[in-house]
Ligand binder design. Structure first.
Ligand code: GLN
Length: 196
C-alpha cells in the first residue's frame, strides 16, 4: 500500500520540504484541511513563524484533529524550526495564546540564539551519518529541556539541535534548505513510510 506524506502548508518553508520529499520518491501532499490531514501517514511541520502557524492551525480547524492524530494514532511527525516549537510540550518566550502540540517532552525557547547569532550556518555531526550535515539556522529555537526518553542525534555547542522520540523527529535548523535529503530519508524510514 502506498504511504502518503503530508507537509503542513499553512505558512512558512513548506515548498522546499515537498521538493526534497519528492526527490526521494515519497508520495507527498500539501495539508491545509482536516480531510487532507486525515489522509496522510506522516506529517512534516515546516519552519516559518510558530505564532502564525498556531493561529492558522486554529483558524483552519486543524489544531484538535492534529493533536488527536499525534496522540491517539501516533502519527509520525517531523518538525523543523517553527515546527519543532509547535511539537514541543513547553514554549519559552512564546506568545501567551500560542499553542503547542506536546508531541514530545521538550522545552523550546523561541529565537533562543539571540540577536547577534539570530541566523548562522554550521556543519553538524549527526549520530548515524558518515558525513556532517550542513545546518542552516534561522532565528532558531534553543532546546532547554528534554525528557530522558528523547534521543539527541546532534548537538551544537552542547545544545541539542536534532532529537528523536519514537516517530517524532525535531530539528532546530532547516534540513530542507541544504540540498541534502538524508534527514528526511531517515525520518521516513523511522516512520515506516519508506523501505530502508
Ligand atoms: N523564530 C520562529 C518562531 O518563533 C522560528 C523561525 C524559523 O522557523 N525559521 O516560530
Amino acid at each position: 500500500m502506498s504511504r502518503t506524506v503530508g507537509v503542513l502548508a499553512l505558512q512558512g518553508a513548506f515548498a522546499a520540504h515537498i521538493a526534497i520529499l519528492r526527490s526521494i520518491g515519497a508520495d507527498t501532499v500539501e495539508v491545509r484541511t482536516a480531510e487532507q490531514l486525515a489522509s496522510v501517514d506522516g506529517l512534516v511541520l515546516p519552519g516559518g513563524e510558530s505564532t502564525t502557524m498556531s493561529m492558522l492551525l486554529e483558524r483552519f480547524g486543524l489544531l484538535e484533529p492534529l493533536r488527536s492524530r499525534i496522540h491517539d494514532n501516533q502519527l509520525p511527525v517531523f518538525g523543523t524550526c517553527a515546527g519543532m516549537i509547535l511539537l514541543a510540550d513547553e514554549i519559552l518566550d512564546g506568545r501567551a495564546d500560542q499553542h503547542c502540540l506536546k508531541a514530545l517532552p521538550l522545552s523550546a525557547r523561541r529565537n533562543g540564539y539571540g540577536r547577534q547569532l539570530a541566523s548562522f550556518e554550521t556543519d553538524i555531526e549527526v549520530s548515524g551519518l558518515d558525513e556532517p550535515f550542513h545546518g542552516i539556522f534561522i532565528r532558531a529555537p534553543i532546546v532547554e529541556r528534554i525528557g530522558d526518553a528523547v534521543e539527541v542525534l546532534a548537538e551544537v555547542d552542547g545544545q541539542p539541535v536534532l532529537c528523536r522520540h519514537e516517530g517524532v523527529t525535531v530539528a532546530s535548523f532547516h534540513p530542507e534548505l541544504s540540498g541534502d535529503s538524508r534527514l528526511h530519508r531517515r525520518w521516513l524510514i523511522d516512520a515506516g513510510l519508506i523501505e530502508a
